[in-house]
Design a protein around this ligand. Structure first.
Ligand code: 13P
Length: 249
């Protein structure tokens, strides 16, 4: 049985004051979340602060990226051992904002994936099509290509060590959520594709949905058979909304 994971991607938002209030709020309501694991992915500069704020609470910590190299002259990057020292369990990789705004290729994302797995950090591998790609009917080809970049270099076993996040780019930050049926169709496609290589991995890998998921639409999305949680942007910045999503699992 796959656990539900609700992970908050704070992106480049927050201040010391606001993240302290946010974490206090999440911790205060965490006992009402029965059927989901919760995680937060703050900006890197706040990771250790948030680890301290989490304390003994059952909240996973994740970074928003991870370097494809172990250490050295890679200005601006985050080394895997540093992320482990900061207490990270997860690292988001291949977010569409990294791909589109900062030019991260499928190949680089795959290398970051390999480094995370090698270091014992669970990658949250983001994949998804743009509006143009959806309208031209290549959604499945795009997500297959993004998955194959990892599978072809590291084998299907590497997918068994990650969490996949299907995030249609047109749904991110737009308020235009994919319908539960649209999301389920792509999630089912992903699972079927993986199943051709390993039914065990396909049955067990968590596939999250991301893109304007909120307290109002979470229940319908999370009740789809192949949707195992959410990667939440905007709605993860308000404790009440983030907890409501967790509670709807
Ligand atoms: P929103 O929930 O703000 O649409 O962002 C989704 C996302 O990009 C999570 O990684």
């Amino acid at each position: 049985m796959r656990r539900t994971l609700i992970a908050g991607n704070w992106k480049m938002n927050g201040s010391l004051q606001s993240i302290t209030e946010l974490m206090d709020g999440i911790k205060a309501g965490l006992n009402e979340v029965d059927n989901a694991d919760m995680a937060v992915c703050p900006p890197a500069v706040y990771l250790m602060k948030v680890k301290g704020l989490i304390g003994e609470a059952n909240i996973g910590l994740g970074s928003q990226n991870i370097c494809d190299q172990a250490s050295g002259a890679y200005t601006g990057e985050l080394g895997p051992s540093m992320l482990k020292e900061a207490g990270c369990k997860y690292a988001i990789i291949g977010h569409s904002e990294r791909r589109s705004l900062y030019g991260e290729s499928d190949e680089l994302v795959a290398k970051r994936h390999a480094m995370a797995v090698e270091s014992g950090i669970t990658p949250i591998l983001c994949i998804g099509e743009t509006l143009e790609e959806r309208e031209s009917g290549v959604t499945e080809a795009v997500v297959a290509r993004q998955l194959d970049a990892v599978i072809d270099t590291q084998g299907i076993e590497a997918i068994g060590k990650c969490v996949i996040a299907y995030e249609p780019v047109w749904a991110i930050g737009t308020g235009k959520t994919a319908t539960p049926e649209q999301a389920q169709a792509v999630h089912a496609f992903i699972r079927a594709k993986l199943s051709a290589l390993s039914t065990h991995i396909a049955d067990n890998v968590q596939i999250l949905y991301g893109g304007s998921m909120n307290a109002a639409n979470a229940k319908d999305l999370l009740s789809q058979p192949d949707i195992d949680g959410g990667l939440i942007g905007g709605a993860s910045l308000k404790a009440e909304d983030f907890l409501a999503i967790g509670k709807s699992a």
